[in-house]
Design a protein around this ligand. Structure first.
Ligand SMILES: Nc1ncnc2c1ncn2[C@@H]1O[C@H](COP(=O)(O)OP(=O)(O)O)[C@@H](O)[C@H]1O
Ligand SMILES: [Mg+2]
Length: 230
């Protein structure tokens, strides 16, 4: 039987990884391969790629334990800096929102933002900061939300709660500010509706007072940013 070489389908090429679909043990999976950075010394480059691959896999496992809707980790190959995971065959929340805005049919998408708010709140209460909550790192499949790209995620020792300290609130606020800026940049006209729906879900889980503290901190961060723009 002739050897069949399946073509790899490129999904993304980011700053540090190439992400593609491939056939692996008879499954169609996502392969995230952290590629070499030639400007780094070889042994340091390998350490960094190894560390980030492990960290991403651990954060995915923890997030999956907390909310469920995170791709399964299938393989961590530290000799080639590869993370293989379940393929979520859906669309990004950015594309889903764009379609809804275009059709002026926001109802279902608002429900998705509320759901997203609940999921992110569960991560935050478990002390997990996603680190890159942009709309392309949030997938929609069968009317549900899936979180991907835990490459910048980390665990903070304290989870968000009504007893959370200033630092915890600050980390949660910065996490949400990434989302807010992304929503603003893509959907300025309906950003308030989208974010209100998000915060409805977020405060359902964390409670009004914690959610309000996070929101107040976001406002503070944004007002400071006006004086020291990045
Ligand atoms: N498990 C997955 N299922 C479906 N698509 C995925 C999955 N993981 C990544 N992708 C796609 O690949 C893109 C890049 O992957 P991502 O992990 O976000 O890498 P980067 O760190 O380069 O942004 C994503 O925006 C998404 O379109
Ligand atoms: Mg990404």
């Amino acid at each position: 039987m002739p050897h069949v070489e399946y073509r790899k389908i490129l999904l993304g090429r980011g700053a540090e990884a190439v992400v593609y679909l491939e056939h692996w043990l008879g499954l169609v999976v996502v392969c995230k391969h952290r590629v070499e950075k030639r400007y780094r010394l070889t042994h340091i480059d390998r350490e960094i790629r190894k560390h980030r691959t492990i960290s991403e896999a651990k954060c995915m496992l923890y997030a999956r334990k907390l909310i469920g809707n995170v791709p399964r980790v299938l393989d961590v190959d530290l000799s080639s800096f590869i993370l293989r995971m379940e393929y979520i065959d859906g669309s990004s929340l950015r594309d889903v929102t764009a379609r809804a805005v275009h059709c002026e049919e926001l109802h279902n998408v608002l429900e998705l933002y509320t759901r997203l708010g609940r999921y992110v709140a569960i991560l935050h209460s478990g002390g997990l900061i996603h680190g890159d909550l942009s709309l392309t790192n949030i997938l929609v499949k069968n009317g549900d939300i899936y979180l991907i790209d835990f490459g910048l995620s980390y665990r903070h020792s304290v989870g968000a709660s009504d007893k959370a300290d200033y630092k915890t609130i600050e980390l949660c606020a910065r996490d949400l500010n990434v989302l807010l800026r992304n929503v603003e940049a893509n959907f300025a006209r309906v950003q308030d509706l989208l974010m209100e729906s998000f915060f409805r879900g977020y405060s359902e889980i964390l409670g009004e007072s914690t959610a309000r503290r996070v929101l107040a901190r976001i406002k503070k961060i944004r007002s400071l940013a006006r004086y020291a723009p990045r």
